[in-house]
Write a protein that binds this ligand. Structure first.
Ligand SMILES: Nc1ncnc2c1ncn2[C@@H]1O[C@H](COP(=O)(O)OP(=O)(O)OP(=O)(O)O)[C@@H](O)[C@H]1O
Ligand SMILES: [Mg+2]
Length: 417
């Protein structure tokens, strides 16, 4: 959900030199020029900070972005998530003005910004290699953007640097040099340097991928905290589904230069629509079934010899194919021959199965089972009675109705707009 928090640290600071006389008004945008002050009026919250419209880009005649459409509301934290090479960094570099799109428009605060140079777009940027200036102190690194813009006297700069170091929890490190800091600390300084100019939009390209796993988790929480505190509109690029799920208001899942699904993390996870999105944002058993019967909003499905009665998806047809996903944590394992409990009406099916593997993970156990012609894996929490299933043991897979995710929905219109 887009946040409309006010910026706690947004003093009436001067900010970067404001664009722009070159900027052209987006058709029908009715938005103020980029050099107008920020507005806290309700319509400002509804106005997108960034709008990419039908943006395409090819390298050596190879299309990398294909009619990409994306909007980010003020205060929103949006993540572009996708596999390596799907065009995430290309998209971000186009927003930053480091690359020009072949076709399409990039609007910043309602103004077409295709011809604006990067330094006039009022952006903050943090990239994978955080590239602090090695010969400059932490304070000079952070104050760099303000100095370049010629804003603020010495006292103001010192105060702003102090505020930023407090924000990223590195107080007192002003005189240190980057080489004296750990990777995580350097990344915090890079963040402070990007935020000090109070950008309209913060661009983050895999900013945590150079950090070890523990630090990455810590920085995820830190980034989210900073976003909540400042309310700065943020566009993050990552190929880590965990990062995207933890931090974002919305996630845009990219594949082959297009956005395949865009929604809140919970909606993308619960209703991914395509098998690609489903398995990219989490783990799943993806199965192809035959629709044997449809009635009263329910479908009788057959997956080989296994049957299932699940809520029908609008695009399923009797006699046709249905592709479904079952997330491992939404399935349960039960003793062979056990009867459904009181909540049986909520069961889509129960399949006789055989445990083929068991992986103990401390807080959970993953079971691999064969049922009919299918291999299913599910995640079970330790049972209060300490019961565990052994390899080779007969068991039942319990499929709750709510666990059946219908995939291969017909294409959405205009993702992101
Ligand atoms: N300057 C360039 N010249 C030629 N090809 C490029 C250039 N930049 C990117 N590409 C190609 O465009 C495609 C998309 O690249 P991009 O860097 O946007 O991917 P990405 O989604 O950010 O991937 P990663 O997760 O690996 O960073 C890739 O196939 C890449 O090789
Ligand atoms: Mg990239």
């Amino acid at each position: 959900m887009p946040s409309t928090k006010t910026a706690a640290l947004r003093s009436p600071l001067t900010g970067l030199a404001r664009p722009d006389t070159q900027a052209r008004q987006a058709p029908g945008a009715g938005a103020p020029a980029l050099n107008e002050p920020r507005s806290s009026a309700p319509e400002a919250a509804a106005r997108p900070i960034l709008r990419m419209h039908n943006v395409s880009k090819s390298f050596q005649a190879l299309p990398v972005l294909k009619d990409l459409n994306l909007q980010i509301a003020e205060g929103e934290f949006l993540t572009l998530l996708g596999p390596s090479g799907c065009g995430k960094s290309t998209s971000l570099n186009i927003v930053a003005g480091l690359l020009a799109p072949d076709t399409g428009t990039v609007c910043l605060r309602g103004i077409i910004a295709n011809d604006l140079p990067p330094q006039r777009r009022r952006l903050g940027m943090v990239f994978q290699s955080w590239a602090l200036f090695p010969h400059m102190s932490v304070a000079d690194n952070i104050a760099y953007g303000l100095r370049m813009a010629g804003t603020g006297d010495k006292t103001t700069l010192r105060r702003r640097v102090g505020e930023m170091l407090d924000l990223v929890r590195l107080p007192g490190t002003e005189t240190k040099f980057p080489s004296q800091l750990s990777g995580g600390m350097q990344q915090r300084v890079a963040l402070a340097r990007a935020l000090v100019t109070e950008p309209d939009l913060l661009l983050l390209d895999e900013p945590l991928s150079n950090l070890d796993a523990a630090l990455r988790k810590e920085m995820q929480v830190e980034l989210k905290r900073i976003h909540e505190r400042l309310g700065v509109t943020t566009l993050l690029v990552t190929h880590s589904q965990e990062e995207a799920l933890v931090m974002s208001d919305r996630i845009a899942v990219m594949r082959g230069g297009r956005i395949e699904r865009i929604d809140t993390p919970m909606n993308v996870y619960a209703d991914p629509r395509t098998s690609f999105v489903c398995t990219f944002v989490g783990d799943a058993n993806v199965l192809t079934a035959r629709v044997e019967a449809l009635s009263a909003g329910e479908a009788k499905l057959a997956i080989g010899p296994l049957s299932l009665v699940a809520p029908a998806a609008p695009w399923w047809r009797e006699g046709g194919e249905a592709v479904i996903a079952l997330r491992p944590e939404s399935l349960a394992i039960a003793a062979a021959g056990s009867q459904p409990g009181g909540a049986d009406a909520a069961e889509a099916g129960r399949w006789s199965a055989k445990v083929t593997d068991r992986i103990f993970k401390g807080s959970s156990i993953t079971y691999e089972l064969s049922a009919g012609d299918a291999q299913i894996h599910l995640l079970a929490l330790p049972q209060p009675d300490g019961r565990v299933f052994r390899r080779g043991e007969a068991a039942e897979i319990v499929v709750p109705k709510a666990s059946v995710i219908a995939l291969n929905a017909p294409e959405e219109t205009e993702a992101g707009t």
